[in-house]
Design a protein around this ligand. Sequence first.
Ligand code: ARG
Ligand code: GLU
Length: 689
Amino acid sequence: MRKTVLWVLAILLTGTSLRADEGMWLPSLIAQRIGDMQAKGFRLSAEDIYSVNQASLKDAVVLFGSGCTGELVSRDGLLFTNHHCGYSYIQRHSSVEHDYLKDGFWAQSRAEELPNPGLTVSFLDHMDDVTAVILQGYDASMSEAERDSVVRSNSAKLIEANTDPSQGLKASVESLFYGNQYFLFVFRVFRDVRLVGAPPSSIGKFGGDTDNWMWPRHTGDFSVFRVYAGADNAPADYSPENRPYQPRMFFKIDRRGVKEGDFTFVYGCPGSTQEYVMSEQVRYVGEVSDPRKIDLRTRRLEIQKKYMSQDPAVRIQYASKNATLANAWKKWQGEARGIARMKTVASKQAYEARFREWAKGTRYEGVVDRLGAIYARRNPSYLAYEYYNETVRSIEIVQFAAGILSRLKSGSPTTSLIEAFYKDYYEPIDREVFASMVAAFNEQLPATFQPVWLLEKLGRYSSVEAWRDSFYAETVFTDRSKVEALTKADIGRLLEDPAIEMSEAFLAWHREQIQPVIRETNEALRPANRLYMQGQMAFEKDKAFYPDANLTLRVAYGHVAGYEPVDAVYYRPVSTLKGIIEKDNPDIFDYNIPQTLRDLYAEGGLEDQPVCFLATNHTTGGNSGSPVLNADGHLIGINFDRVWEGTMSDIAYDPAICRNISLDVRYLLFVIDKIGHAGYLFDEMVFVD
Ligand code: ARG
Ligand code: GLU
């Protein structure tokens, strides 16, 4: 009897301790979570994760570019990130003759590592709660505008004091919890980052958009870079004289593998979440915005796909554009369904009812209804803005024309823009996108949101296609040599070019009819959300709140776990090479693996080679490339995705379904060695097993 009670207790306890894996925590405050982390298996201390006094794990994590994460894995600045994070750089080094996207690339020596102008990696030097400094001079009697100006001027001073270009030090002040808290982040930004290697896309993007956001997954989604520094180990512009950066810390690699239940944590830079918004905003995302944008992108994707499958050159040109487009498209599908399945709108409404009751007579009274009224005013205009982005601004020639005009106006050179544009431009795609997107904008948005200019244009032609044909026949921007010859003196004449005319007409419409409502409601939302956030924290005093993601460094922890996507189906958490061979099909682009991999497999013994694994870490976009660590802080994987059924975790996390997907580091090592024949890189890595 007593034994049974103990058993039940033990199950209950592990049950709860395993369940609450939601959260993206601030590294400098991780001491508040360390007890829970250790109870779940973590064997290091808070100081090991983040310290300003000694080297800690944070010193091995970087913001890669401006939207991914990377990690250092050797004392010579070697860095891992995802293939899809390195993708645009790999593409830039590729041509039909040297197709590194298709064939992969491995520098055979450090001299062959390829520089990537514009690419930076940022190490967090330190972070501090600066709320008191930022709000110095503010008092509650001030208007929102006055508060803003206090915050802005205090931030500017703090940023200035913490910036030192000679050391590559860059600072930013970020608002957390809707401006209830402010943190200073000081980064060391390195700007000589070279490509060391990448697997062929048939490995690095295996499964492509067919498998994207899905399990079972078999993508070898990694690429390898190296951070270079000047003679003093400080950030420097690219120079052949630069030396590999010697980091304060790098991750050691554990090849012993993972199994269900193992503790894992992800250290990286999640981009954006909205966990604390009111029901009305969740409804807008799940029932309006996501479904509409999904439809618009379906049309564009189909147009691109048609031409990409006809011509390998077009496939290369549009590879990166297509992947970017498809990615959010699929994520939104999971998000909208997840919000519906979890009944998040209803559960937020129920929460808001309890909150209203509690808030009576306090300063929080009325805040939820105020928010509701602001969203009701805002969302129709916001939808028009989203349409503008997804339709008119997706017409490449129009965007290009606007870019050229603004450079001519400011007197900056146009050569690099011209080069980049024509390299990846295929007019037949753009023409179809033009007709399809203009029609969608015109048919789907209410009359009040139609620019008069557009209605007049459409009235003058028999069809959108007829307008389109005259548009592309007239515009100068389809003719590279004419665009190259443009100078400042041509600006007056250019204003009559149809592409410029369209871009200017929509800009004016946006500026006059859309932007004012969005700006005004943004300003109203700020104090209301700040108060509501404060209210939620007061209402649930015992709950541990984590700030919404904002691309600042965070720790998410959980454990390796499968899930049940639908009734009666259980997904095990580890995929293997056997699954790649099952999917392999030379006739399907996404599943056509390199012959070398087929041959290796045929030799036998590789059925159980692990490829990817699932865990419960709460991650989002930006966490791509993040190190996935075990209980000892050793590298076991690289985060690259979530399962699509769980993508509503940006708004509501469901422990039963939300899973991040990681590349097993052992597959990365296998590919470097057996496919890339770049096993020499292992000499600089440190293995703990
Ligand atoms: N879904 C992942 C992320 O959000 C991977 C995207 C790149 N892969 C792709 N097939 N488009 O970034
Ligand atoms: N692939 C995503 C990224 O680029 C990570 C997936 C997600 O969790 O949204 O950051």
